[in-house]
Ligand binder design. Structure first.
Ligand SMILES: Cc1ncc(COP(=O)(O)O)c(C=O)c1O
Length: 401
């Protein structure tokens, strides 16, 4: 420990000591340091749609520059309610059931802080998007992890053991955190899987907090099913979504949580004291984005499907075993063939020596050893970026010693 850290140990909270900095964001910094191609962090390197950039500029010119209503501009909440009705057939009251936050990141932590107390338990599938672990800790709850197992055949789907899920639920379970389509695995949860989760939530009087920010990025004919649509779940679900991934604007920081009024009330209070509100002009642009025609979403999914089909053969050719994603824009891969001691040393080699940044698998697991044979690639990039990464990866060789 550095002298500075020793000196400040007394001043830093026990909570903050229990998790590390984000490995994903750290890999982005390393990519910049080494001039590497960043296939680590999930942000597009291509343009956002012109219509929504115009809407943002217009909102600033029109002086929509002061605080919006803390739980979100009415125009955006109305647009979210219309979109949820159109896409999932869900009727949501924009006045009482929607809280606009600074990204779905804030929507998740605000929701957990609003529902969990010390001693509560939160069920989380792993590998998991790395924020959920610290989110649970910050809320005071204890995370209970349930393993998603990679498919035996690389074309198959990640799955979980029903008994393991069942035994993760108990009298202290406050909620399960769900993410479908899933980061990092690309899994799209099926109706029977969601129905099992429903049965357990009902049996244990628990909530589902579902992160659906990849809702529109699906492949191979998969369809998105919000757990709020499963019978019995509407009143016990917090549905989280946002603009970052659907409209390629990860830097705008606009997301939202949709929940029944009493839950929304608690989420709104937490959100107000955390951040007051999301950027007002960008919320107006969000309303314009949600009004884009259906064709926009079809083109989004087709474009990502083509990028997936570009990166998968390149990864196979370089010696990876990629697990084919059914949604979202990541590929988890098995790196066993390269003979490195672990995922971190392998990722360091890729970023420093080959100029490609990826995320070590261990950052998606509670026990780092569980991810020691995996790394994740993000493919939300231009064709030229993916091709350059592929050509660099061709120089990859297994370790001989
Ligand atoms: C599953 C998941 N949730 C949330 C986020 C962050 O979303 P936002 O930019 O809306 O905070 C990410 C970003 O990679 C993600 O993969």
């Amino acid at each position: 420990m550095t002298t500075d850290r020793v000196r400040h140990k007394r001043h830093t909270s026990e909570k903050a000591e229990r998790f590390t900095e984000s490995v994903i964001r750290e890999m982005t910094r390393q990519a910049m340091l080494h001039g590497a191609i960043n296939l680590a962090q999930g942000f597009p390197d291509f343009e956002a749609p012109e219509e929504i950039k115009r809407a943002a500029r217009q909102a600033i010119s029109d002086d929509v520059n002061q605080y919006a209503i803390t739980w979100g501009a009415k125009s955006l909440r109305d647009a979210i309610a219309r979109q949820m009705k159109a896409a999932q057939g869900l009727t949501v009251d924009p006045e009482t059931e929607i809280t606009v936050c600074c990204g779905s990141t804030e929507a998740m932590i605000a929701s957990l802080l609003a529902v969990a107390d010390a001693g509560d338990e939160i069920v989380i599938f792993e590998p998991f998007y790395e924020n959920y672990g610290p989110d649970a800790i910050l809320s005071g709850a204890r995370p209970r992890f349930v393993t998603l197992r990679p498919p035996e055949a690389l074309e198959g789907d990640w799955s979980f053991d029903d008994r393991e899920l069942r035994s993760a639920f108990g009298p202290r379970t406050k909620a399960i955190v769900l993410n479908t389509p899933n980061n990092p695995t690309g899994k799209v949860f099926s109706r029977p899987e969601l129905e099992l989760i429903r049965d357990l939530c009902v049996e244990h009087d628990a909530l589902a907090i579902t992160d659906e920010i990849y809702e529109h990025i699906l492949y191979d004919g998969r369809e998105h099913l919000s757990i709020a649509r499963i019978e019995g779940m509407r009143d016990r679900t917090v549905t989280i979504n946002g603009m970052s991934k659907t409209y390629s604007v990860t830097g705008w920081r606009v997301g939202w949580a949709v929940a029944p009024p009493a839950l929304s009330n608690a989420i709104r209070k937490v959100h107000d004291f955390l951040t007051v509100g999301a950027p007002a002009p960008l919320q107006e642009a969000g309303a314009a984005a949600l009004a884009l025609p259906q064709d926009y979403y079809r083109r989004l999914a087709t474009g990502y499907g083509a990028r997936r089909d570009r990166i998968l053969p390149a990864l196979r050719e370089a010696g990876f075993k990629p697990f084919v994603p059914r949604g979202a824009y990541y590929v988890m891969t098995d790196i066993g063939a390269f003979g490195f001691p672990d995922d971190v040393s392998f990722a360091q080699h890729l970023v420093r020596d080959l100029g490609v940044a990826v995320v070590p698998g261990s950052s998606f697991y509670n026990n780092p050893a569980d991810g020691a044979r995996q790394v994740r690639f993000a493919f939300c990039k231009r064709d030229g970026t993916l091709d350059e990464a592929a050509s660099r990866l061709r120089r990859l060789r297994p370790r001989t010693s």
